[in-house]
Design a protein. Structure first.
Length: 381
């Protein structure tokens, strides 16, 4: 296991920042942090270049607002923000003046919502974003795990580049013979790149963080019809049974994923007539798996009465399995051909659940109007 060091650039008081860094380090003895107050560009770059080039896994943890508090030691204050620094660093990486390393944004939740989120031009600059004060997503072991494997994954990609400039798709994502036949050739071409940070970002954002070619644990459970929480020890047992379907490429240690085409091939081997998962209800899927492997999995219940349990999606507002026929497609400004569409259940739309987190696809608006009109007529009758 590698030793990972992050440089934390933050203008907030030491007595607030250092306990957060100490907490993250406590989850992994090989994850360490240096702390510094923002400085003028050139002195800032000099420090970053020294740390990034000393041969260990390195990353940068940077605050969004670097321009608010003066350095308590000398009273100096900078007039740039985190995205400005990140943009200059990415440019220097592309020019070869700096080795590639992960740049992670962390900030107060209010700053992320009101300053970072609306500025889509800066989103591609950062490999991850965390809120320091988000009570629902604490800076705990999961964040420490992701920070560690982000830096380690960058190092692995760098080694692949050094070993073979004509690196292969298989080197990056751990695919095996036959996998290419199931993948969109545009994806294979898309993942090519000449700069480590560019390739890392593509893998993270178009493969790992989106459902489609790879699926998350929650989506895997939905498509197998399983309620993870209710299934207790049977779910981990099932994951061991389908280990050969898991993703083993860069960053897999922090973001477990499964190749959907391998899952579908596995399913066709355990059912008669090689019928697809989509044909079966959640109860039928779970019953087949339980009988085959001697498990006690519990089928996931539908979001609302009368909803189909032929799940193939997850409601973005509720995080529960959904058959798209009972929901609406969510608008996504950037969706590649190999990525699945996202859906929100009709129940969530009608009750405006987490409305700030999704927008209906324009092509779905008319269908939603038809649903509301039908419900009004039903009430009248």
């Amino acid at each position: 296991m590698s030793f990972v060091k992050y440089l934390c650039i933050d203008d907030q008081p030491e007595d607030f920042i250092q306990p957060l860094l100490n907490k993250l380090s406590s989850f992994n003895k090989d994850l360490n942090f240096d702390r510094m107050h923002p400085q003028e560009f050139e002195s800032q770059f000099e420090r970053i270049q020294t740390l990034a080039g000393d041969g260990q896994c390195f990353g940068l943890l940077v605050d969004l607002r670097l321009d608010q508090d003066a350095d308590p030691e000398n009273g100096s204050k900078v007039y740039y923000r985190g995205p400005t620094l990140a943009q200059e660093l990415r440019t220097r990486m592309a020019e070869g003046a700096l080795p590639s390393f992960p740049i992670v944004l962390w900030s107060m939740n209010d700053n992320i919502v009101h300053s970072y989120a609306p500025d889509s031009s800066s989103h591609d600059l950062f490999d991850a974003v965390y809120a320091k004060d988000d009570g629902q997503h604490l800076l705990g072991d999961k964040v420490a795990l992701e920070l560690f494997w982000l830096a380690t994954g960058y190092s692995k990609i760098s080694q692949i580049f050094e070993r073979s400039p004509a690196y292969s798709f298989e080197d990056l994502v751990g695919s095996v013979d036959g996998d290419r036949d199931y993948l969109d050739p545009r994806l294979i071409s898309f993942l090519k790149g000449k700069v480590v940070y560019e390739v890392a970002g593509k893998i993270l954002n178009t493969l790992i963080r989106s459902e489609g070619v790879l699926v998350s644990e929650a989506m895997l459970a939905a498509r197998l019809g399983v309620d993870i929480e209710q299934s207790s020890n049977s779910w981990p047992q099932l994951l061991r049974e389908i280990h050969n379907t898991s993703y083993s490429g860069v960053f897999h240690e922090a973001w477990p994923r499964w190749w959907m085409h391998r899952v579908e091939a596995w399913w066709s081997e355990i059912v008669a007539y090689k019928a697809s998962l989509r044909k079966y209800t959640a109860h039928e899927r779970v019953m087949i798996i339980n009988e085959r492997f001697g498990l006690q999995l519990i089928a996931a219940l539908p979001i609302d009465d009368g909803y189909s349990t032929r799940y193939s999606a997850i409601c973005v507002a509720m995080g529960r399995p959904l058959d798209p026929v009972d929901g609406f497609k969510v608008f996504s400004p950037r969706q590649d051909a190999w990525q699945d569409s996202k859906y929100v259940s009709a129940h969530a739309v009608l009750n405006r659940l987490k409305k700030s987190e999704w927008v209906l696809d324009p092509l779905e608006v008319e269908r939603f109007k038809q649903l509301t009109e039908r419900l009004k007529n039903d009430k009248k009758n």
